[in-house]
Design a protein around this ligand. Structure first.
Ligand code: UDP
Length: 343
């Protein structure tokens, strides 16, 4: 089976994708500098799969180190590029760090691909590129207009998509699939891997589970005066294992030359929008735990409502989000309990 390079493979989505790749028979080499993850994740992956992925502590901004990596693992046939900074607020404070890291990493990989005869790359993008779609574009499909980015983080995703587009135009033997994720949540059903937020979580689910666990006194719900049925924001929450599986399908599609043209873009979501309040209430009910919360001011830069039209991924990739929200929210809690035990 082919060997795949997974950058950011010890991170949240990267680790779940590594598991799915290895279970599908691929060999994986992970490149990660552990800036937002830890090496113990490799033990979790090994415990699930029964095999350990190769691992190299490399920063993807380091062209020379990456060049050597491709020499060492001469059988790499595809890349899944997750490694990136992803905190919206931090990107506003430190824009240059975000531009340097997120853009240079991708440029290095794209430059090295033809040199080392690697043809296929999957890129992690985000529904943030759509901004707030107007009513006519909800649910949002891949043809909806790209809106000006609201943060340097969002801008790096747009710029990286453009870099891929221009590179493929000039280098026709590179294939790319751009995956635009909606809101990934949940953990592996074994609770051996999951999300490891660094410090105070920014994202909703880690905050909910930490509040339920008593680590945070209460959840703050950012605004209940939006134009939505219960006034709280709506998102498309997709299970991280479903999301991981889409990467395997995308890679296989490229490796077996099934692509239409050499650049494709897919939305990865469930097609269903849920409000913050629905998530919190469902989490409480299925796990039988309390989550104290209070409604506070809106968070700056939040989008009111966005959810995916995943028809293209469903039809062309033959992939569909399968896990129901209740099970996903149970997996979030199971993972939090495991983290509590490990303390
Ligand atoms: N949210 C919240 N309290 C929190 C974190 C998030 O009410 O502590 C809300 C946020 O306003 C948004 C939704 O939960 O409506 C999802 O936020 P998250 O940061 O997880 O993802 P985003 O869609 O902003 O990337």
């Amino acid at each position: 089976m082919a060997r795949i390079l997974v950058t950011g493979g010890t991170g949240y989505i990267g680790s779940h994708t590594t598991v799915e790749l290895m279970q599908a028979g691929f060999d994986v080499v992970i490149v990660d500098n552990l800036m937002n993850s830890n090496v113990g994740v490799l033990d979790g992956i090994e415990a699930i799969v029964g095999r350990r992925p190769d691992y190299e502590n490399i920063d993807c901004v380091d062209y020379v180190a990456l060049d050597k990596l491709f020499e060492k693992y001469a059988d790499i046939e595809g890349i899944i590029h997750f490694a990136a900074y992803k905190a919206v607020g931090e990107s506003v404070e430190k824009p240059l760090q975000y531009y340097r890291n997120n853009i240079n990493s991708l440029v290095n990989l794209l430059e090295l691909m033809p040199i080392h005869k690697v043809k296929n790359i999957v890129f992690s993008s985000s529904c943030t590129v759509y901004g707030q779609p107007d009513a006519a574009h909800l649910p949002v499909n891949e043809n909806a207009p790209i809106q000006p980015a609201l943060s340097p983080y969002g801008n790096t995703k747009q710029i990286c998509e453009e870099i891929i587009h221009d590179t493929i135009h000039a280098t026709p033997n590179i294939n790319a699939i751009i995956l635009r994720y909606f809101n990934p949540i949940g953990a592996h059903p074994t609770a051996l891997i999951g999300e490891l937020p660094n410090g105070v979580p920014n994202n909703l689910l880690p905050y909910v589970t930490q509040t339920a666990a008593g680590i945070r006194p209460e959840l703050r719900i950012f605004g209940n005066d939006y134009d939505t049925p219960d006034g709280t924001c709506i998102r498309d929450y997709i299970d991280v294992v479903d999301l991981a599986k889409a990467h395997v399908v995308a890679l296989k599609r490229m490796l077996t030359n099934k692509q239409e043209g050499n650049e494709e873009i897919f939305n990865l979501g469930t097609g269903r929008g849920l409000s913050v309040m629905e998530i919190v209430e469902t989490f409480k009910r299925v796990n039988n735990v309390d989550v104290p919360y209070k409604i506070v001011e809106r968070r700056e830069g939040d989008i009111e409502k966005v959810w995916a039209d995943p028809t293209r991924a469903n039809k062309v990739l033959g992939w569909k989000a399968e896990r129901n929200t209740e099970d996903t929210l149970r997996s979030c809690w199971k993972w939090q309990l495991r983290l509590n035990e490990a303390k």
